[in-house]
Ligand binder design. Structure first.
Ligand code: PLP
Length: 412
């Protein structure tokens, strides 16, 4: 379907925008070269962490994020390791956003600490630096670190967050699960200028992320931070399996900390390497889709498109639109149901964590807490955005959104 074929805004909800097949919310981009490289590892006889990991870590540093890198089993593992490696000890608190995946807060709990949820800014839905400063200056918590998320792939206001952290002598762990390929004021997310040893950046390589290893994650930071994380990621053993069983290996090792098993396998790293080679093209495709959506929703008052600030490069992992609910006769849940009926898969990022039973009950959060995150959640819908979408898919999504709006526009 071309732009000229999009049903006019006043068309009632009919079958006209229903697609022939369902468009999933997200799909990975797996090519023949990905499959060949993974099969090559299967044939090699070495499946766990080995030469593919080493190559991936080096290529990542050279290609995207000029910092030391550690490949691990998930983005969650990377964040747990980051907190541990930056010396966040049990009994303290970590400031984070409520508008994130649950594992961002879980790793704080698993480190024996308390997540202190601080509100987001209404523009980008990232952790609000003003609210962070207020929590540090007026809060009752013994804060050990700040853990912002680059929500949807739009970097948070990093210079402000890092500045506040420096004033208070706190380390920063960036949840960059969505932000592979993003940049803040020209510096790639994942780079750690000045080898800052109070900082770590954590990417996810989960199946639907901007590049994937099926499941996986990466931690970047100054070399001493990455070295400490590496030790914790391999049971606290001084030699990994390649260093013990590889051609120049030695059987001897020491256990120096009670570490975790968070290593990535060579099978995953082989996939990550081929994906990494194509990351720019994948990124361009996401950016083009975001641009096209923005054009297609121009003038559609009921739908607010995501903000992209001029000083950032957006990774466009998500395209979360916000409904202007007073202008519609239906709520967000019904809007999603209507889109599904028209063949469009969507999602919601995220149900705020202070509203989830575990965090709500454990820390006694009420409905009036974190008003920006709570209010924005009610009107959020993430539309499909991934490189495998065709131009027609993008037009179909926009046509379906326009059609649902037209059928449920509030007439004043
Ligand atoms: C914001 C955010 N943080 C962390 C994670 C966890 O990443 P992983 O699934 O690789 O552990 C996700 C995963 O979707 C996420 O969206």
């Amino acid at each position: 379907m071309t732009e000229t074929e999009i049903p006019p805004a006043e068309t009632p909800l009919t079958e006209t925008a229903r697609r022939a097949g369902f468009l999933p919310f997200a799909l990975p981009t797996v090519e023949e070269e990905d499959i060949e490289e993974v099969v090559g590892v299967l044939r090699s006889g070495w499946l766990t962490s080995g030469p593919e990991i080493k190559a991936f870590e080096q290529e990542l540093g050279a290609e995207v994020t000029p910092a030391s890198a550690l490949a691990v089993s998930s983005g969650t593992a990377a964040m747990h390791l980051a907190l541990t490696s930056l010396g966040v000890t049990p009994g303290r608190s970590v400031i984070t956003t409520p508008l994130t995946f649950c594992s961002t807060a879980h790793v704080i709990e698993q480190s024996g600490c308390r997540p202190v949820f601080v509100d987001v800014e209404p523009g980008t839905l990232n952790l609000d630096p003003v609210a962070v400063r207020a929590a540090l200056e007026h809060g009752r918590h013994d804060v050990a670190a700040i853990l912002p998320v680059h929500y949807g792939g739009h970097p948070c206001e990093l210079d402000e967050i890092l500045g506040i952290a420096a004033v208070h002598g706190l380390p920063v762990v960036e949840d960059a699960a969505h932000a592979f390929g993003a940049a803040f004021r020209g510096t790639p997310i994942g780079a750690v200028p000045g080898e800052d040893e109070h900082r770590a950046v954590c990417f996810s390589l989960y199946a639907t992320k901007n590049i994937t290893s099926g499941e996986g994650g990466v931690l970047t930071g100054a070399r001493p931070v990455v070295d400490t994380a590496r030790l914790w990621s391999q049971h606290g053993m001084s030699r990994d399996s390649w260093q013990r069983y590889g051609p120049r290996g030695s059987w001897d090792y020491e256990v120096v900390v009670p570490g975790f098993k968070y290593n990535m396998s060579d099978l995953q790293a082989a996939l990550a390497r081929t994906q990494l080679r194509r990351w720019r093209a994948l990124q361009e495709r996401r950016t083009a889709i975001a641009r096209r959506y923005t054009e297609l929703f121009d003038g559609l008052d009921e739908v607010q498109v995501p903000e992209c600030r001029p000083h950032v490069t957006h990774a466009w992992h998500l395209f979360p639109v916000r409904l202007r609910l007073p202008q519609l006769t239906i709520g967000r849940a019904e809007f999603i149901d209507e889109l599904r009926r028209l063949g469009i898969g969507t999602s919601v990022h995220f149900i705020p964590l202070h509203q989830q039973p575990y965090y709500r009950d454990r820390y006694g959060h009420g409905s009036g807490d974190l008003p920006v995150a709570s209010a924005e959640f009610e009107r959020l819908i993430s539309l499909p955005i991934y490189p495998r979408m065709s131009a027609a898919d993008v037009e179909d999504v926009a046509a379906a959104v326009r059609q649902v709006v037209a059928a449920h526009r509030r007439r004043s």
